[in-house]
Design a protein around this ligand. Sequence first.
Ligand SMILES: *Cc1c(COP(=O)(O)O)cnc(C)c1O
Length: 227
Amino acid sequence: MSISSNLARIIQRINSTAEKSGRDPATIRLVAVSKTRPATDISAAFQAGQTVFGENYIQELVPKLAEVPVPVEWHVIGHLQSNKVKFIAGQVAMIHSVDRISLATEIDRQWGKLNKVCDILIQVNISGESTKSGTTEVGAIQLVRECALLPHIRVRGLMTMPPFFDDPEAARPFFAELRRLSETVAALNIAGVDMVELSMGMSGDFEAAIEEGATLVRIGTAIFGNR
Ligand SMILES: *Cc1c(COP(=O)(O)O)cnc(C)c1O
């Protein structure tokens, strides 16, 4: 299967799931996860109409920023070390994986030097698995409050990665919990915070995530093939 036919198939599944759950398909954005994929694959997806791409590793993203010849929108979705932030300052539209104040402070500092604002999501480790990044649910509320005070970042919502399951239904409670947490944070009406994005759902479980309210689905292998 080609990248363009895979993309068409995924977009069709996103749209039909949205419609079945009474949602406007335009409220769901596809983040094509291009980690380990060459710049040529990204260009091919862009030619097929895909504009948003997610990368996990800064050492992989930085060369791609230069190599990819088309104007894509980059999102960082993987664990991010503070000392790497300077390499991507001003060049990514959104960072999904903010899970500690030290990282948020460094993003604010680097974007501040450029007099720009970076959209961020707070990554929450709903399952509590020790191998996963992310704050606790209680920690997320505190982190949102602290981030709201930083002028060069803007909190746009939450992100999570549930444990891996063969059955996508098993991931659903984690998606539902992220949405409940988002509603809890939204109800606090913290100045400067817009809880509009829920980044959840991957190749194996994005339909359940959309049914539970996802606005950003992060899909890699179903577009580009196995890594
Ligand atoms: C790799 C990755 C994805 C995409 O996973 P697929 O199963 O290939 O769709 C999504 N989110 C994060 C954080 C990832 O690291």
